[in-house]
Design a protein around this ligand. Structure first.
Ligand code: NAD
Length: 358
């Protein structure tokens, strides 16, 4: 018998090629934004200036000192910028780090956020915030940080370097895979996750052409939205806990860490996660799901193992306890020190994920 609780999240989603040109100004009008704090890194600076041109007179200040994993000092500077500008809305244009900075402002000011994502991170549809203080990453959930409106424009991802696009898309695949067994999974999150994988895989198969192929970009960004939505309601499972600990402890790049670790967690859980396995296989169109997921990044610039990201083999033992301490109790395969150690050793070396299966 099926039993579940589904806590739906609010949010207005506007999706379409060119939507930042055709729809963003109207969305800001709907929210009566008069004094906008624009958050965008220098890399996305020109793009942000171009798309803000129609309402430049309402951009009260721009904050560009975004850093990965939102250091608390950066959050404070962004909040100060919002206060000094007397901002009534935060507009973020960029990847997960930029969205995360906007969320940090919303967390203490309560200002509404309009998010324009330029990667496949998915943070824009979650109520989760994250901040880093002296190398330790803290996350929390607060509905104040959930963007009021998200404008998805696949045209903006055309400039993503191919290797980053692949890693970011695999980060989104991880959101979908994990949504099948995360603590608050439900038939709703599973349906969204399955369709998310389908779109992401279609986009990944055409990734070589995604700079010029608008259908591929659309598939990837739609898949990323579905992935973020599934993750937002289902929560974090073993995979996210592992990546969270590794990212915080060794300052590893977010998307690449997810892309490397995913096949190993999938191999670890698959033997005890029948429904997830069947649905992932259906979405992938293949029954050898661990190999299939690993092959999504093969030859497309995803580093082979965590060792290639600069983590040392001796580091593995230093994080095993931290991971088992926060791993969900109802993970499909029981999470043991030995199990996590073996998983990390394989992921570090980039060896066959099948060896992780137990
Ligand atoms: P990122 O935002 O750090 O961006 C990575 C790089 O890509 C940056 O150098 C950026 O300037 C560049 N970039 C972004 N868009 C581009 C584009 N269209 N063209 C060219 N370059 C572009 O990385 P990310 O992977 O998007 O986000 C990672 C962060 O998001 C992590 O801190 C992670 O914890 C967080 N995150 C949070 C949640 C949540 O729910 N709170 C969910 C997912 C990710």
């Amino acid at each position: 018998m099926t039993t579940f609780t589904y806590d739906g999240l609010p949010g207005r989603i506007v999706f379409g090629a060119g939507a930042t040109r055709t729809r963003l100004p109207g969305e800001l009008d709907l929210l009566d934004a008069q004094r906008i704090l624009l958050i965008a890194t220098d890399t996305e600076g020109d793009l942000a200036t171009t798309l803000c041109a129609p309402f430049a007179d309402r951009v009260a200040a721009t904050f560009s000192q975004v850093r990965p994993h939102v250091p608390v000092e950066v959050a404070e500077l962004a909040r100060k910028a919002a206060t000094e500008a007397d901002a009534d809305l935060v507009l973020s244009v960029g990847g997960g780090s930029t969205t995360g900075t906007a969320k940090a402002v919303a967390l203490t000011t309560g200002l509404p956020v309009v998010a324009v994502p330029t990667t496949y991170a998915g943070s824009e549809v979650t109520p989760v915030w994250g901040m880093t203080d002296r190398g330790r990453k803290t996350t929390g959930t607060d509905r104040r940080v959930l963007p009021t409106t998200v404008v998805y424009d696949p045209d903006l991802t055309a400039t993503l370097p191919a290797e980053l696009a692949v890693a970011s898309a695999l980060n989104a695949v991880a959101h979908c895979v994990e949504a099948f067994w995360a603590p608050r999974h439900s038939p709703v999150s599973s349906a969204v996750a399955e369709d998310g994988i389908r779109h992401l895989v279609a986009g990944l198969h055409a990734i070589d052409a995604s700079a010029t192929d608008s259908a591929a970009r659309s598939d990837l960004l739609l898949g990323a939205y579905l992935a973020g939505s599934a993750f937002a309601v289902a929560g974090s499972g073993l995979h996210h806990k592992i990546c969270h600990v590794l990212g915080g402890a060794f300052d590893l790049p977010h998307a690449q860490t997810h892309a490397i670790v995913l096949p190993y967690v999938l191999a670890y859980n698959a033997p005890n996660a029948r429904e997830a396995t069947d649905r992932i296989a259906r979405a992938l169109g293949r029954t050898d799901i661990v190999t299939a997921v690993r092959e999504l990044g093969t030859g497309l610039g995803v580093p082979g193992g965590l060792g290639n990201l600069g983590m040392s083999e001796a580091d593995i033992d230093t994080v095993v306890d931290d991971i088992t301490a926060i791993a969900p109790a109802d993970n499909p395969t029981p999470v043991t020190d030995d199990g996590v150690r073996a998983l990390l050793r394989a992921a570090w070396a980039g060896s066959d994920p099948g060896e992780t299966a137990r």
